[in-house]
Write a protein that binds this ligand. Structure first.
Ligand code: 5AD
Ligand code: SF4
Length: 443
C-alpha cells in the first residue's frame, strides 16, 4: 500500500436530484471542517468527490468516463494523482464493480454513510482503498458539522428513502426505507440555516410529504405541522417542499397551502402517466382521476398554485392509446413546468423484466410530443404571469452588468436590473416571458 499526500483541496460534483445537491453541500462542509479547502475555480482539486445519480440510463458508464477525464486532466508533473471518491447512489448500487474496474478510485461511499468520510480519508491517505455502503443505525445528520454559510435559498433534507416501490425505480434500493428526521433536529437545522443567511428553505425528501414526527408537545404531526412551525421563524420568508407522492397529499397539507402565507404557491407532484393501466403496472397506487382530484383540491384553496410533475414515456407495454392518455392529462392540468423522461430499465427493478419493452425510436417520438406539449404549457404559464407584481428572492448575479437573478413565488427564474443585493426579497413586475425565464422591472 503506497501512501498518498493528504489532500489540501477538494471538489464535490453532484449529479441528479436535489437531495444529492444537499448531500454534496454537507460533504463539502465536512471536508472543510477537516481543513481541506474548496479548489479554486478552474484548478484541479487534490480530492474529487463524484456524487452520483443512479436513477436513469448509463449512470455507471458516466461515472467511469468522469473518472477517466479527471485522471487525464490531472496531468501534474510530479506524477501524483488525485484522490477520487465515488459517492451517491451509483456508489451504493455498484460500489464493488467500481472498485474492481477503476483503480484510481480510492473511496466508495453510500448516501447514508458519508458522515464517515474523514475516517475513510485517513485510511485512503494510508494507502487503503475503502468502501462504505452501510446504512448504519446512527444517522449521518448527527455526525455532520453545523452549517455556517448558506445561499439565500437553502435545502433541508427532512426525509430520506422510499417505501413506495414503483416498479421502475431504484430509489428504494439505493436510498433504503423511508426515514423521517426528528422534528427538533429539523427545527434546529432550520434555525441555523436562517442564521447562516437562508431566506428560503426547501424541505427535501424522496417522499417529502410522507414525513411524520412529533411536535414539541409530543403530538404526532405531518409535513404541514413542520411547515407551520418553520413559518414562525421571523427571518425565514419562504418555504417550499419537494418531491411528493399523490398518496401522501393529506388534507392537512392541502389546507396548509391555503393558510400558510410563507408556503410558496408551487407544487411538484409527479404523476408519471395518464393511463390507469400503466399506473397500476408502475405500482403507483393512484389513478389519473384521483391525481386530478388532488390538484382540484389544492387549486380550491390556492387558486394561483403553479403545478409541476414528472413523466415517464415508454414504460413496458405502453400503447399509443395509453400514451395519448398522458397527453390528455397534460392538457387537463396545464402545468407550469415539468420533468419528462424516457423509461430506462434499471437492473434489479421489477419493470426491467416486464414484457413489452418499448423500442428506442418509439420512446424518442413520444418524448418529443410530450415535451412539445409541456413546453407550450410552460410558455403559456409564463405569459399568463406578465403584468403581475410579485416578490423575487435574489439568488445571484447575472451575466450582464447589474443583472440579478432570482425566483418568483411560482418558481419561475426571473432576471432584472436594479439596485438590490443577493439575499434581498424585492418587488418586481413581470414584464417579458421566455420559455425558461421571465424579465422583470423593479417596482
Ligand atoms: N426510467 C425513467 N425515469 C425514471 N424516473 C425514476 N426512475 C426512472 C426510470 N427507471 C423518473 C420518475 C421520477 C423521477 C425522479 O425520475 O419520473 O419521478
Ligand atoms: Fe421512486 Fe416511486 Fe419512491 Fe418516487 S415514489 S422514489 S418514483 S419508488
Amino acid at each position: 500500500m503506497s501512501k498518498i499526500a493528504p489532500p489540501r483541496t477538494y471538489r464535490v460534483k453532484s449529479f441528479g436530484c436535489q437531495m444529492n445537491v444537499y448531500d454534496g453541500e454537507r460533504m463539502a462542509e465536512l471536508l472543510g471542517s477537516q481543513g481541506i479547502a474548496p479548489a479554486p475555480e478552474g484548478e484541479q482539486a487534490d480530492l474529487v468527490v463524484l456524487n452520483t445519480c443512479h436513477i436513469r440510463e448509463k449512470a455507471a458508464e458516466k461515472v467511469y468516463s468522469d473518472i477517466g477525464r479527471i485522471v487525464k486532466d490531472w496531468g501534474r508533473e510530479d506524477g501524483t494523482s488525485p484522490l477520487i471518491a465515488v459517492a451517491g447512489c451509483v456508489a451504493q448500487a455498484e460500489g464493488e464493480e467500481i472498485m474492481a474496474r477503476a483503480s484510481s478510485v480510492k473511496m466508495v461511499v453510500g448516501p447514508q454513510a458519508y458522515h464517515r468520510l474523514p475516517d475513510m480519508l485517513a485510511r485512503a491517505v494510508d494507502g487503503e482503498r475503502v468502501t462504505d455502503t452501510d446504512m448504519p443505525a446512527e444517522t449521518k445528520f448527527d455526525a455532520l458539522p453545523a452549517r455556517r454559510k448558506v445561499a439565500p435559498s437553502a435545502f433541508l433534507t427532512v426525509q430520506e428513502g422510499c417505501d413506495k416501490f414503483c416498479t421502475y425505480c431504484v430509489v428504494p434500493y439505493t436510498r433504503g426505507a423511508e426515514v423521517s428526521r426528528p422534528f427538533a433536529d429539523l427545527v434546529d437545522e432550520a434555525h441555523r440555516l436562517v442564521d447562516a443567511g437562508a431566506r428560503e428553505i426547501t424541505l427535501l425528501g424522496q417522499n417529502v410529504n410522507a414525513w411524520t414526527g412529533e411536535d414539541g408537545k409530543g403530538r404526532p404531526i405531518g409535513l404541514e405541522g413542520l411547515i407551520r412551525e418553520l413559518a414562525a421563524l421571523p427571518d425565514l420568508a419562504r418555504i417550499r417542499y419537494t418531491t411528493s407522492h399523490p398518496t401522501d397529499m393529506t388534507d392537512g397539507l392541502i389546507e396548509a397551502h391555503g393558510e400558510v402565507a410563507k408556503l410558496m404557491p408551487f407544487l411538484h407532484l409527479p404523476v408519471q402517466s395518464g393511463s390507469d393501466r400503466v399506473l397500476k403496472a408502475m405500482n403507483r397506487s393512484h389513478t389519473a382521476d384521483s391525481y386530478l382530484r388532488i390538484l382540484d383540491r389544492v387549486r380550491a384553496v390556492r387558486p394561483d398554485i403553479a403545478l409541476s410533475g414528472d413523466f415517464i414515456v415508454g414504460f413496458p407495454g405502453e400503447t399509443d392509446a395509453e400514451f395519448e392518455q398522458t397527453l390528455s392529462l397534460v392538457d387537463a392540468v396545464g402545468y407550469a413546468q415539468c420533468f419528462s423522461f424516457k423509461y430506462s430499465a434499471r437492473p434489479g427493478t421489477p419493470a426491467a423484466d416486464m414484457d413489452g419493452q418499448i423500442a428506442a425510436a418509439v420512446m424518442d417520438e413520444r418524448l418529443k410530443r410530450l415535451q412539445d406539449a409541456l413546453n407550450r404549457d410552460q410558455l403559456a404559464f409564463n405569459r399568463a404571469s406578465l403584468g403581475k407584481t410579485c416578490e423575487v428572492l435574489v439568488e445571484r448575479k447575472g451575466r450582464h452588468e447589474g443583472q440579478l437573478l432570482g425566483k418568483s413565488p411560482w418558481l419561475q427564474s426571473v432576471h432584472f436590473t436594479g439596485a438590490a443585493a443577493v439575499g434581498d426579497l424585492v418587488t418586481v413586475e413581470l414584464a417579458e416571458a421566455g420559455p425558461n425565464s421571465i424579465g422583470a422591472r423593479l417596482v
